[in-house]
Design a protein around this ligand. Structure first.
Ligand code: HAM
Length: 437
């Protein structure tokens, strides 16, 4: 009895170890189908703009992220999955994709060769966050980075790509845009903001009080503090723009207007990563989905990132789209895409004597590019119907004793059913499925 208890206790421990770690998930079924569709749509759109794919490691030297994302950001101070490898080197799982790409550009001198200045990526990112709907510890991003030149045409191109992806996915979202100015502008603004907020420091949350010393701009991001009157009256970044920054921002806004992309200017918009300069933007859904974290796509320009990592003085701009958040948004829609739009053929194997013949037909059809499912174990038609219902096939091919004896197959498409010679199945299917299209 005592032993049994111990065994059960042991099993319980093992069981908990078998769950996915908190904030991670297995992706399968409809989520996997949607994930693939999203990636395919994104790739189609960036292909139109002639971007090339790049894959960087899921972990880098921790310093790569610290130098770029910013020492005082939550992503670095609280959320970085940092570890020492067996030779005691400080490593980190990537919390985002931009830093690794810039590291790769410098390492391989990619900007020397023109085709490598417009890049895209897709993959898992890791942040030790408090998990909630739309916020995980392992999540997936699709992103683009452009290093062609610092021009409002490029800023517009990046925003347009994000806009077209959402349009193609049939998601209505609002573009929120701001310019953070360059490093000097931001420093000036930061000093003024700090001075202004010092008067209200007691009314700020503990977190914002800390930020007042390290990164006052981020106080605009605090859900509660941002609604307070003194925050609404606080100085705004646009009051500090140079003429050039003002002109540049206006040019981008004019292009958005010209090309009918709805936008909202929000001079309190800031980002959780420190590398941004000038244009920053986010796409937020028009309706909140299941109360999940809302930003679907976010990005902006970064003038100093490459130099900070020891590379040349070259500005870049990009964005990343949160695949899980898009999946949740799509799941709210009634018409979900199917995994594979090629028609599905189900071969119903009714008799044990015919299994070999049915299998030959399965192989022949698959070799000819048809999508085929079948029942290996011969069964009654009524049972097969229950099984095939799950697959919802477009074509049923029935092979029973009668068909085997005559070397035939019964082909059922919708309400029409026809008996044809087994060796003519491929031609017959090609014809009817072509007609159906
Ligand atoms: P980010 O705003 O940190 O920017 O992330 C971009 C997007 O990734 C978010 O808008 C959201 O959709 C998704 N995301 C972020 N964190 C999580 C999470 N914990 N769980 C689920 N989804 C999440 C960047 O990462 C920048 N690297 C974007 C960029 C590229 N800027 C310039 N180039």
């Amino acid at each position: 009895m005592h032993d049994n208890k111990n065994i059960m206790k042991k099993n319980k421990v093992i069981k908990t170890q078998w769950q996915t770690p908190r904030g991670t998930e297995d992706i399968y079924g409809i989520n996997e189908i949607l994930k693939q569709n999203i990636e395919k749509t994104c790739e189609e759109i960036v292909g139109i703009f002639n971007y090339q794919k790049i894959e960087t490691p899921m972990f880098e030297y921790a310093e790569v992220f610290k130098r770029t994302v910013g020492d005082t950001t939550d992503i670095i101070t609280k959320e970085l999955y940092e570890f020492h490898d067996k030779k005691d080197r400080k490593m980190a799982l990537r919390p985002e994709g931009t830093a690794g790409i810039v590291r790769a550009i410098i390492e391989h001198n990619l900007l020397k060769t023109r085709p490598f200045n417009k890049l895209y990526y897709s993959g898992a990112m890791f942040r030790y966050e408090r998990p909630q709907k739309g916020r995980q510890r392992q999540f997936h991003q699709f992103g683009v980075e452009n290093f062609v030149s610092k021009s409002h045409y490029v800023d517009f191109e990046i925003i347009l790509i994000a806009h077209l992806i959402l349009e193609k996915l049939n998601i209505s979202a609002k573009l929120v845009i701001n310019s953070l100015g360059n490093f000097e502008t931001r420093t000036q603004f930061s000093l003024h903001l700090k001075k202004y907020l010092a008067k209200f420091s007691r009314q700020l949350s503990i977190n914002s009080q800390k930020r007042l010393q390290t990164n006052p701009l981020r106080i605009f991001d605090d859900k509660i503090d941002r609604t307070k009157k003194f925050m609404k009256d606080a100085p705004k970044i646009n009051e500090f723009y140079s003429q050039q920054e003002k002109n540049n921002f206006e040019k981008i806004i004019a292009m958005l207007k010209k090309h009918k992309i709805n936008y909202e200017i929000d001079h309190t918009l800031v980002r959780g990563l420190d590398y941004y300069t000038e244009t920053i933007f986010e796409f937020v859904p028009l309706e909140l989905v299941n109360n999940q974290q809302s930003t679907l796509i976010a990005g902006g320009r970064y003038d100093m990132l490459m130099e900070n990592l020891g590379g040349q003085n070259k500005s870049g701009i990009g964005f990343a789209l949160g695949i899980e958040r898009i999946i949740e948004t799509l799941k709210q829609k009634k018409h979900l895409p199917v995994s594979d739009d090629r028609p599905l053929i189900f071969i119903a194997n009714l008799s044990e004597n015919g299994t070999e013949k049915a299998h030959d037909l399965v192989i022949n059809l698959r070799k000819n590019g048809f999508r085929v499912e079948w029942n290996i174990q011969a069964q009654k038609l009524s049972k097969i119907f229950v099984q095939s219902d799950v697959f919802n096939p477009d074509v049923m091919i029935i092979i029973g004793n009668e068909e085997i004896n005559k070397n035939n197959a019964q082909i059922k498409v919708g309400k029409t059913q026809k008996t044809i010679a087994i060796n003519e199945t491929v031609t017959y299917l090609r014809n009817i499925l072509k007609k159906d299209k």
